[in-house]
Design a binder for this molecule. Structure first.
Ligand code: BES
Ligand code: MN
Ligand code: ZN
Length: 492
């Protein structure tokens, strides 16, 4: 569903479905407009039905005469707590209310306190993404009818341009959702590389795909150690977006791309939801989704590299043994004391590769640790960075994109947990602080002078239940943070 703006108000908007947000306090202009249009019986009915305009509550009225077929009221709670996130939730709820209807949806929400372009983008994204439904794997695909259009009532003209950004960004988020939800027999490393090549072809990016042999020549022993346990060949993916003219900044985005993580010989057993480890490529999905969006948005002045070391963590006869010692492409040796800490092994060589491009900043995204899920839950991703200003820039970008990050500590002393008696380091530290030692492990593979940030998105890529008005399943988390950060110039 595409959003546009409409100068009409709730009292005179014409279309099939009118959705109006109401604060819990009485007597605002919106209520008066509704009363004038629909009569005082409306507010009496609301009162009788116990509608208190609490956040998340709705009341629906079917209308039988005239083109307007339904009026839906959405509770917004107290005005003080109506922030950009609440605006996104309300817009998603409006889109849900449109399920089964056709024609136009008129959406009236209080926009006074918001910067118009931020409000427009938040509404446009939420409305479109709330209507996402993945039917690829059904023999009989089914899409519920939805209104064709969403008209945002009384959006200040300054918001119009932001609506143009919605489609490219959402196409990127939807691509990420599709990649994450695709099972491991559909999304293999080769299919991921083909997807990247298709993005490059369709949207004008440069693409390089390295096979196992080319990775061996580059000494990527850490990445290849993980890949060797699978019958499927690995694919190292590198896409480049080049702006017109000379770039002011050069950025590298790196995504963990495990199309399946069985754990290897440290097999995932017991409570671990092994079948969900198809989503262990959520970082790479965010990076490829961002690539698609950025290729379409064409931000000026930034060159962006998108890097994924895609493979599976499996247990064929050639798989690494727990205890194996391998050498990464920067020459560091690693004792693999746990084959299930595979993501950091693949990222190690990807970060060395990214560092060799000498970018102004590197950001990696990875479904890296269960420990991060325990610490921050399923709505907030962990953020580690060697640079406070990069950390701040990413946090700002996440806020604009409607995603949540929380900055986490990276004390050097915790690196002691990675000391090995035999090799330069182990790949796994002690259980306490497991997401911190994971970040410290990655740090060893980033050239010291390059500002770097690591996002552990293990908790946020998937949701078993609908969340913030968005459908359950793959969230597409990370795309919007990356797009906002790059669009703002990739500050570090
Ligand atoms: N892909 C997992 C992390 C993960 C766990 C993602 C749960 C999403 C939900 C990662 O490869 C892994 O297995 N990490 C181990 C590391 C441990 C062996 C140090 C973990 O978190 O248990
Ligand atoms: Mn693992
Ligand atoms: Zn993993």
């Amino acid at each position: 569903m595409k959003c546009l703006s409409s100068p009409a108000g709730p009292g005179d908007w014409q279309g099939e479905l009118l959705v109006v947000g109401l604060f819990s306090q009485d007597g605002d202009a919106t209520r008066r407009a509704l009363e004038t249009r629909f009569g005082s019986a409306l507010l009496e009915r609301l009162e009788a039905g116990g509608f208190k305009a609490k956040p998340g509550s709705t009341a629906s009225f079917d209308l039988l005469d005239g083109p307007l077929q339904r009026l839906v009221l959405i509770g917004l709670g107290a005005p003080e707590s109506f922030d950009l996130m609440a605006l996104r939730r309300a817009a998603a709820a409006a889109a849900q209310a449109g399920k089964g209807m056709t024609g136009s949806l008129g959406l009236c929400l209080p926009l006074e306190g918001f910067e118009p372009s931020a409000a427009a983008q938040a509404i446009g994204e939420s409305v479109r993404l709330a209507g996402y439904s993945d039917q690829r794997f059904r023999s009989e695909p089914h899409q519920d009818p939805r209104p064709e259009r969403c008209e945002i009532l009384q959006l200040p003209a300054a918001g119009d341009a932001a609506l143009e950004r919605v489609a490219p960004i959402c196409s990127g988020v939807e691509l990420a959702r599709e990649l994450v939800a695709a099972p491991a027999n559909a999304l293999t490393p080769e299919v991921m590389a083909d997807t990247a090549s298709a993005i490059a072809r369709d949207h004008g990016l440069e693409v390089t795909i390295l096979d196992a042999e080319a990775c061996r020549e580059r000494g990527m022993g850490s990445y290849l150690a993980v890949a060797q346990g699978s019958d499927l060949p690995p694919r190292f993916i590198h896409l480049i977006y080049r702006p017109e003219g000379t770039p002011l900044r050069r950025l590298a985005l790196v995504g963990k791309g495990l199309t399946f993580d069985s754990g290897g010989y440290n097999l995932k057993v017991g409570a671990a939801q092994i079948h969900m480890m198809k989503y262990d490529m959520g970082g790479s999905a965010a990076v490829l989704g961002a690539a698609r969006a950025i290729a379409e948005l064409k931000p000026a002045g930034v060159e962006v590299h998108f890097i994924v070391a895609a493979c599976e963590n499996m247990i064929n006869g050639s798989a690494i043994h727990p205890g194996d010692i391998i050498t990464a492409s920067n020459g560091k040796t690693i004792e693999i004391n746990n084959t299930d800490a595979e993501g950091r092994l693949t990222l190690a060589d990807a970060l060395v590769y990214a560092s060799e491009l000498k970018p102004d900043a590197i950001v990696d995204l990875a479904t890296l640790t269960g420990a991060c899920v325990i610490a921050l839950g399923e709505e907030i991703a962990g953020l580690w960075s060697s640079s406070d200003s990069l950390s701040r820039a990413l946090s700002d970008a996440a806020r604009s994109g409607g995603e949540q990050l929380w900055a986490m500590p990276m004390p050097a002393s915790y690196a002691d947990g990675l000391k090995s008696d035999l090799a330069d380091m182990k790949n796994t530290g002690p259980r306490p602080g497991g997401s911190i030692t994971a970040a410290l492990f990655l740090k060893e593979f980033v050239a010291g002078s390059i500002p770097w940030a690591h996002l552990d998105i293990a908790g946020t890529v998937w949701s078993d239940k609908p969340r913030q008005g968005q459908p359950s399943g793959a969230s597409g988390f990370g795309v919007r943070t990356l797009v906002e950060w790059v669009s703002a110039g990739g500050l570090a």
